[in-house]
Ligand binder design. Structure first.
Ligand code: IMP
Ligand code: MG
Length: 187
């Protein structure tokens, strides 16, 4: 699917801005209650950047001090199917040894990406390495992994918005939607 084909589809609302904001606040409270030590938030690019941006501010309101790093991992390209192989395209720039790390991503689907990220942080000597994902799609799982903090669990839909894309389109939507039929097909 090209970006133009993706833009030609309709997006139907799944989780609204309000619902998302409430979940982010609730997750920040849970994370704060775990009393993380020297917390390093590792945001997985590109999809995790919107959730990450909201979550760090919600954490600040809960009194949690943290540092932010970014990692870019690739397993998808612009396809809707994962290849099974995960590569580091851009690494974090600090040592994680002895620190609690919170890995933040948009979707936990097959689990390959986040399992890779967590294993990487643990192999580098992180303290607790936890995972926060906006969307959990348990039906897609191909490896044994669960997130510690989940925004919403949903069936095997292809979701877009709030950082999530389909062929590089729709990341900018402030809500989470499901990609539907092309506009010309729908009434
Ligand atoms: P994984 O299959 O758990 O490794 O997920 C890999 C990546 O695929 C996620 O971080 C997302 O960026 C992307 N992805 C998986 N499902 C969706 C979806 O429904 N919409 C948008 N991106 C997705
Ligand atoms: Mg991603």
């Amino acid at each position: 699917m090209t970006q133009d084909e993706s833009r030609d589809k309709q997006v139907s609302l799944l989780f609204s801005e309000d619902e998302i904001a409430k979940r982010v606040t609730a997750l920040a409270r849970e994370i704060a209650a775990s009393e993380p030590s020297r917390l390093l938030v590792v945001i997985v690019l590109k999809g995790g950047f919107v959730f990450g941006a909201d979550l760090i501010r919600a954490l600040a309101l809960e009194g949690v001090q943290l540092e932010i790093e970014f990692i870019s991992l690739a397993s998808y390209g612009s396809q809707l199917e994962t290849s099974g192989e995960v590569q580091v395209r851009r690494d974090i720039e600090v040592a994680v040894s002895g620190r609690d790390v919170l890995i933040v991503d948009d979707v936990l689907d097959s689990g390959l990406t986040l399992k890779f990220a967590r294993d990487l942080m643990q192999s580098r000597g992180a303290g607790r390495a936890s995972i926060a994902t906006m969307i959990d799609k348990p039906e897609g799982r191909r490896t044994e992994i669960e997130a510690d903090y989940v925004g919403f669990t949903c069936p095997n839909y292809f979701v877009v918005g709030y950082g999530m894309d389909a062929a590089h389109a729709w990341r900018e939507l402030p809500y989470v939607g499901v990609l539907g039929p092309t506009s010309s097909e729908a009434g």
